[in-house]
Unconditional design. Structure first.
Length: 201
């Protein structure tokens, strides 16, 4: 018989009894194995920890702040397309500073490739993060080296850095909406271009 609370199988017999098929029952009583509670709960802890951020797991919710951290540290900074497809909802709405609204992970990934192509070593840093279960707001710093077409002008080799803010909505498992506003004028000044240039990040 399986003891659901202890997670062990107990084997007991009735002394002097017999089974329905007429065979005598072995009167030996097999004792419960010793149950190691500390080992059991350690294993449970590992399972809960590994499932905490798993997307799609039943009843597994991830706080918005954790998703935002992964979005910048893993997706943007490492250009990790696999993580992007994991944490971004299929119907994601992404609004960059001046660009059109992009829908879905693949459109976002195309945009990310464009930014990394224009700015070598592109990095995002989270300076402040405020979150609820499914909403988050972040104060950010962005930087990179202008080594590809960007801002409509050829590479200058200039290091650029600017600040911005982003607002996120999640469904408890994936990011569903991102709205970003960056200091576009600061970028233009560092690249030496006029205020009439088009800019998408």
């Amino acid at each position: 018989m399986v003891d659901e609370w202890r997670g062990t199988e107990r084997h007991t017999t009735s002394i002097g009894g017999s089974r329905r098929d007429g065979r005598d029952i072995d009167q030996t009583v097999v004792p419960d194995p010793v149950f190691d509670h500390s080992s059991f709960f350690a294993r449970v802890g590992k399972v809960l920890s590994s499932n905490r951020d798993r997307v799609g797991g039943r009843n597994m919710e991830v706080r918005a702040g954790r998703l935002v951290q992964r979005f910048y540290h893993e997706v943007w900074n490492e250009a990790d397309k696999t993580v992007a497809r994991e944490i971004l909802h299929a119907d994601l709405r992404f609004k960059a500073s001046l660009g059109p609204v992009l829908t879905g992970p693949e459109r976002f990934i195309d945009y990310m490739r464009l930014i990394h192509a224009g700015l070598a070593g592109y990095r995002c840093a989270i300076d402040d993060l405020i979150e609820t279960d499914t909403r988050a707001a972040a104060r950010l710093r962005f930087r990179g080296t202008h080594q590809g077409p960007f801002f409509g002008i050829p590479p200058t080799g200039n290091d650029v850095e600017w600040i911005g803010a982003a607002f996120f909505t999640t469904d408890g498992r994936q990011i569903t909406d991102i709205w970003v506003l960056g200091d576009v004028d600061a970028v233009k000044q560092q690249l030496g271009v006029g205020t009439t240039s088009s800019f998408a990040p």
